[in-house]
Design a protein around this ligand. Structure first.
Ligand SMILES: *[C@@H]1O[C@H](CO)[C@@H](O)[C@H](O)[C@H]1NC(C)=O
Length: 248
């Protein structure tokens, strides 16, 4: 299946404007239901930024907004063939194209990358602030919940809106003000269309991530050093053992 081109292209006027003027037609197919029962087609004709004539499929007629736009709408409305064609466009153009593009875009989901981090350590007087971030998810709808020992927390929580990254993906951040208690497990739960079950990430309070990384790097270096030292020792022993076997 291929996308269909809109018939209104034939209505673009072949007028030569001197430099600096801009004539445009804007097509919008607006819908949210998956059966397209609420599909609306809005076609607007603009001179520079001013809308002068519009076709709204719910209204079913051309409507003018300037003196010229009103005359233009009356002229187009008198053309019954054109009017019929315009009314059919919501099915022929909008619904058809939505059927083609939805499986490629609207029905796709992408799982968020979830990270729980510490924004502010507790200083004894003020609570700590934790942040749960979900990155690079699609579609926009998402729910972020904080859990204390697996029980949802509602107080001391602030959340941003879902923010568009501008590349179809979204991000969101939720903050929790929290006074650390030993033995208490803090988790962030994310519910999103990309996963049938909630995604839960536990807050590892023991060490900040940078400290953990230093320990991991240090431990790896120690292991690697030990292996090299052991290999060197074995090589040296073999070498010296071989020397003894050489007859004089
Ligand atoms: C289209 O027309 C309907 C019915 O008058 C109206 O409710 C709707 O807001 C219009 N849409 C736009 C974008 O103007």
């Amino acid at each position: 299946m291929f996308l269909k081109i809109h018939l209104y292209l034939v209505l673009l006027k072949l007028t030569l404007y001197s430099a600096g003027y801009y004539e445009m037609a804007l097509e919008e197919c607006i819908y949210s239901s998956s059966d397209y029962s609420d599909m609306v087609l809005i076609t607007g004709w603009y001179f520079n930024k001013y809308l002068y004539t519009q076709f709204n499929s719910t209204v079913g007629e051309f409507v003018g907004f300037t003196e010229y736009g009103v005359r233009n709408a009356e002229f187009w409305n008198k053309n019954t063939a054109l009017l019929q064609q315009a009314r059919a466009e919501v099915d022929r153009f909008c619904k058809h194209n939505a059927q083609v593009s939805d499986p490629a875009v609207r029905d796709k989901t992408v799982k968020p990358d979830i990270k729980v981090s510490s924004v502010k350590e507790s200083d004894g007087k003020h609570p700590a602030v934790l942040m749960c971030s979900a990155y690079n998810f699609y579609p926009q709808q998402i729910k972020v919940t904080w859990l204390k020992n697996n029980v949802p927390v509602t107080s001391d929580v602030t959340s941003t809106e879902e923010m568009a990254d501008g590349d179809w993906y979204y991000q969101i951040h939720s903050h929790l003000e929290y006074t650390p208690k030993s033995g208490e497990k803090i988790s962030c739960m994310v519910e999103h269309a990309s996963s049938t079950k909630p995604m839960i990430v536990d807050w590892e309070s023991s060490l900040p991530e940078s400290e953990r990384n230093k320990i991991v790097i240090g431990a790896s270096a120690l292991v690697l050093g030990t292996i090299i030292a052991a290999a060197g020792l074995i090589y040296y022993k073999k070498k010296s053992a071989g020397r003894i076997l050489v007859p004089h």
